[in-house]
Ligand binder design. Sequence first.
Ligand code: ACO
Length: 400
Amino acid sequence: AIDISKLRAQTGLITLDPGYVNTGSCESSITFIDGEKGILRHRGYPIEDLCEKTDFLETAYLVIYGRLPSQAEYDRFRDDIAEHSLPHNGLSRMFEAFPKDSHPMALLASVLPSMYAYYPYDENDPAQVDKAILRLLGKIPVLASWVYRKLRGWPLNYSNPDQSYAANFLDLTFNTPANRFKLDPDIVKALDLLLILHADHEQNCSAATVRMIGSSQVNLYAAIAGGMCSLWGPLHGGANQKVLEMLEVIKNDGGDIQKYLDLAKDKESGFRLMGFGHRVYKNFDPRARIIKKHADRVLSKLGINDPLLKLAKELEEAALNDSYFVDRKLYPNVDFYSGIIYKAMGIPTEMFTVMFAVGRLPGWIAQWREMQSGSTRISRPRQVYQGETRRDLMSMVKNH
Ligand code: ACO
């Protein structure tokens, strides 16, 4: 690799790479992706093995701390997270200021930087930094469930430390006396799997944002808030919501798949096939493969025959036989099938990106920790200026 800062100092050269298509922003040991082969590994462990042999907390520990926990470390991690799971009442009161039809991401992303007001910490004290990490892992799922309940006008629930992370989230969110939520082990396992699949994905838009913001040495909560806002966009984590909305539109339009493929190929239309394509994967996104397999299982377990799953499979099949998508190596990404499982679990479409955020939290934390422990240089890209050169100023305003 070329050290650009040395080269620039010697030559005055600036690389122009809009969208950072070919620019490495850091060295990292967290996540490995081979986009040509469709390989994803965290700390060297294949994503398929992590899905089969760990739960979300174990994967989160691995991603954040770099190695698998011993049983004692795992138990301690789980207990510490549970101990720090109760959000301050002031944070839930913030939600009351929002309109009832707010997007859930607006609430969750707003509350994050405010955590520093309730839990300030000394950045130079590693024990306090660790506590901030546990607070995020403990409180974010609770706050995410509170967003859902607040928008419905339901009373809030509190964490049950005896349940797994995934079971606790489902229980927190859906349990009401009128609707006693039964934690089906297969549904809990499916959510756990979805969380694992979202745990990290190297220098994606939101992780790069966390590093960019964090490089100013702002507190962890503010850096994660930035990542969460970046995730919200439809080209990133917001795509899971858009996929389901797109499938509904196609279904309601008579299921005319070819019409929408043609629309996606027409650059003037402004329409893209949501859940398709990836900056790094030029092959199947391994996460999409795993989710697709589980979508069938979850839906049949719940006795749901969702026409959207059938439509999604037909759309995938048609795109993979279309030279436009084949030539550009556009395959389904993680967001293509995840929404169908979330929907089957009873999670409303507008909550999908919140679910992504809960899963991605360990990745953001790990990227932030790695950045903090390495170069402390502020991230500050350069530009190629294209504006006016020097002009003489003659003001046209008479009354200032
Ligand atoms: N539908 C139709 N055409 C597409 C799509 C799509 N979903 N994705 C890419 N293309 C086309 C582009 O128009 C471009 O065509 P061209 O070479 O004729 O100009 C070519 O494929 C390359 O696409 P880029 O936009 O250059 O790819 P980039 O790496 O910048 O973008 C992205 C990747 C944002 C994921 C893109 O594929 C996309 O918009 N997909 C839909 C949104 C989506 O699913 N996002 C989730 C990504 S996964 C995640 O973040 C969790």
